[in-house]
Write a protein that binds this ligand. Structure first.
Ligand code: ZN
Length: 326
């Protein structure tokens, strides 16, 4: 019998990642296409990319069990409607319907951070934990919460928005969501840079980052981490603040969920050597003792593959398991 593949798709603002994945969650083929926002050809581009790959690999299209896809923005689960994806210019966009029509395959859509959480649960640092919190520290802070093996979506699809937990109730930095003081303004790459730059502008500051900043008017979270590794107190202070707020937010969240695993992913997790132990210490301090005992905080292991693997998991668990096999 010909092998069955699960199609994982991770729709981002600049690239679309695609993969054919086997039933054990192993990526067999993976590739990327650019996200063409201008002409809104995204759905057609994905359908074409899949058809071309099927031809190229000499497969038959009925070897594909379905498509599981992550999209940036809150999703209406039953209908696969994207309420709003500002990056892509979508408002109430019927993504599932359009993609099913274009590909003739069953499609299941979820928010990209949720899908990444499912990927980490299935094949990554989650190690099959059925109660798991995944927090993605990138340009922003995304999150996915899994309880009893299922993503928590909430009433409007905005469950798991860990990045918008309020960390600074009054006088915090403005967030993209319209609030101020969100965790995202502190624990994202953007937040780390913002805090470092604010400190660099203070009088009498002595930090190697000062030269870098005055030369380029621009530093990155990586610069802050590198400087901290060289013992720069300013950078270490920024990491201390970031670790405190991340540990506190995760502890408060965990007190309501009692998760087995907390997985920290995204580009900022490359600085985990600097912050993971601190985050764990603050988490211990601020979580209910039984919750603290149960939760293991880990760095994500799948990197950019988490999305496509999570998409494949959705096909396996929601499409394959609901369709009687002949
Ligand atoms: Zn926010």
């Amino acid at each position: 019998m010909a092998e069955t593949f699960l199609v994982g798709v991770d729709l981002g603002g600049t690239t679309i990642k695609l993969a054919f994945i086997n039933l054990d969650g192993e990526i067999k083929h993976k590739w990327e296409i650019p996200t063409n926002k201008k002409d809104n050809t995204i759905v057609v581009d994905i359908a074409k990319a899949i058809d071309q790959k099927v031809l190229e690999l000499n497969l038959s299209k009925d070897q594909l069990a379905g498509i599981g896809m992550g999209a940036p923005g809150p999703v209406e689960l039953e209908t696969g409607l994207i309420y709003s994806a500002v990056n892509l210019g979508w408002e109430n966009y019927p993504l599932k319907d359009k993609l099913e029509r274009e590909t003739n395959l069953p499609v299941i859509i979820d928010n990209d951070a949720n899908i990444a959480a499912l990927g980490e649960m299935w094949k990554g640092a989650g190690n099959k934990a059925k109660n798991l919190v995944c927090v993605t520290l990138g340009t922003g802070v995304g999150g996915g919460i899994i309880a009893n093996g299922e993503i928590i979506h909430g009433v409007l699809g905005a469950g798991g928005e860990i990045g918008h937990i309020t960390s600074i109730p009054e006088g915090g930095a403005p967030c993209n969501c319209g609030k101020t003081g969100c965790l995202e303004t502190i624990a994202s790459a953007t937040g780390i840079v913002r805090m470092a730059v604010e400190k660099l502008k203070e009088d009498g500051v002595n930090s190697p980052l000062k030269n870098l900043y005055s030369q380029s008017e621009n530093i990155t979270a990586k610069d802050v981490f590198d400087s901290a590794r060289n013992g720069d107190q300013l950078a270490l202070d920024v990491i201390e603040t970031m670790s405190y707020h991340l540990g506190l937010a995760l502890a408060n969240l965990a007190n309501g969920l009692n998760p087995e695993k907390i997985v920290i992913g995204g580009g900022v997790s490359k600085g985990a050597d600097l912050f993971l132990a601190k985050v764990k210490a603050y988490f211990q301090k601020y979580s209910f003792p039984t919750v603290a005992k149960g939760a293991d905080i880990k760095v994500a292991t799948l990197g950019n593959d988490a999305g496509v693997i999570g998409g494949a998991w959705l096909v396996k668990s929601k499409i394959l398991n609901n369709v009687p096999t002949a």
